[in-house]
Design a protein around this ligand. Structure first.
Ligand code: CP
Length: 323
């Protein structure tokens, strides 16, 4: 695998190989010295143009546990604040000859665009509303660890699907691993064409939630909403919040974080026995170690990260506008 840009680029064998590698790295975290020399002498740039706690910290720690040299840059406080373009930022950082660039950016397709400007491997850490592949892989790992298999499992993804790159990546990944996926939310927050594009069912209320083995709640992404998609947050919570009344005793609960407590989830279920939220964060470290291993040590050796010729921005697969 040259880059990790999207779950839609992977097949089941790719996902299973990353899951197996992540499981092997879990043992490293139980050692006194939690480090292996696998990527010694390699340089990884972590470049975040949007806020992040989990993804940025776990990629950085994953790279360090593999003994890579890491340069971490947040756009805020960098020369992006002075008006430097994405292309010039990539050219500047590529001068250090990194083997990989991990990038989060608000525009869909940004990670793929970056592959045209560097010979470093590119890992998409979230590009706008398009994809967040490492999140889906860590979520699949968390569920496989708990359930053994996703074959025939029913997973409901509930909430702001429209603005969610996590929903798109998770739906594709969970289906690839054999699960049946239902997207649930207000009609204004379900993209038109999503069932056809993602192979899912759709629900506009929680009446059928009892069939789910796993309830995956999404954050209300108010920072991406430039118009009113729900009458009020209070009304949204009344209809779609997952709370102790709606979550059955055999159901598992997931959320990518950060959580709006009291909006998409009640505090009691966040901290309750069904919650896998902390397990998801733990999985993030070993799965991101496995991703870096896969692209930097699992295939052919890469050249150093110099500039490449320009290329056009390839459009990500659209999943349409609100229904
Ligand atoms: N789930 C996720 O991407 O979290 P961060 O925004 O904290 O990285």
């Amino acid at each position: 695998m040259k880059h990790l840009l999207a779950i839609e680029d992977l097949d089941r064998a790719d996902v299973e190989r990353i899951m197996a590698r992540a499981a092997s790295f879990a043992e490293v975290g139980r050692r006194d010295i939690k480090k292996v020399p696998t990527l010694r002498g390699r340089t990884i740039v972590s470049l975040f143009f949007e806020a992040s706690t989990r993804t940025s910290s776990s990629f950085e720690l994953a790279a360090k546990r593999l003994s890579a040299d890491v340069v971490s840059i947040k756009a805020a406080g960098s020369s992006v604040d002075k008006g430097e373009s994405l292309k010039d930022t990539i050219a500047t950082l590529s001068a250090y000859a990194p083997e990989a660039i991990v990038i989060r950016h608000p525009f869909a397709g940004a990670a793929k665009l970056v592959t045209a400007w560097t010979s470093a491997a590119v890992v998409n850490a979230g590009d706008g509303k398009h994809e967040h592949p490492s999140q889906a892989l860590l979520d699949a790992y968390t569920l496989l660890d708990r359930l053994g298999s996703l074959e025939g499992k029913r997973i409901w993804i509930v909430g702001d699907v429209l603005h969610s790159r996590v929903a798109r990546s998770c739906a594709l990944c969970f289906r690839m691993m054999g699960a049946a996926v239902t997207l649930c939310g207000p009609p204004t927050l379900i993209p038109r064409g999503a069932p056809e594009a993602l192979g899912t069912e759709i629900a506009y209320d929680l009446d059928g939630l009892g069939e789910a083995d796993v309830v995956y709640a999404l954050r209300m992404q108010r920072e991406r909403m430039n118009e009113s998609f729900v009458p009020s947050i209070r009304e949204y919570a009344a209809r779609y919040q997952i709370d102790s009344r709606r979550l059955g005793p055999r159901q598992l609960l997931m959320h990518p974080g950060p959580v709006n407590r009291g909006v998409e989830l009640s505090p009691a279920v966040i901290d309750g026995p069904a919650s896998l939220i902390t397990a998801q964060v733990e999985s993030g470290l070993v799965v991101r170690m496995a991703i870096l291993y896969e692209i930097l040590a699992g295939g052919e050796p890469r050249g150093s990260g110099g500039r490449r010729a320009d290329a056009e921005l390839p459009a990500p697969t659209p999943i349409g506008e609100p229904a």
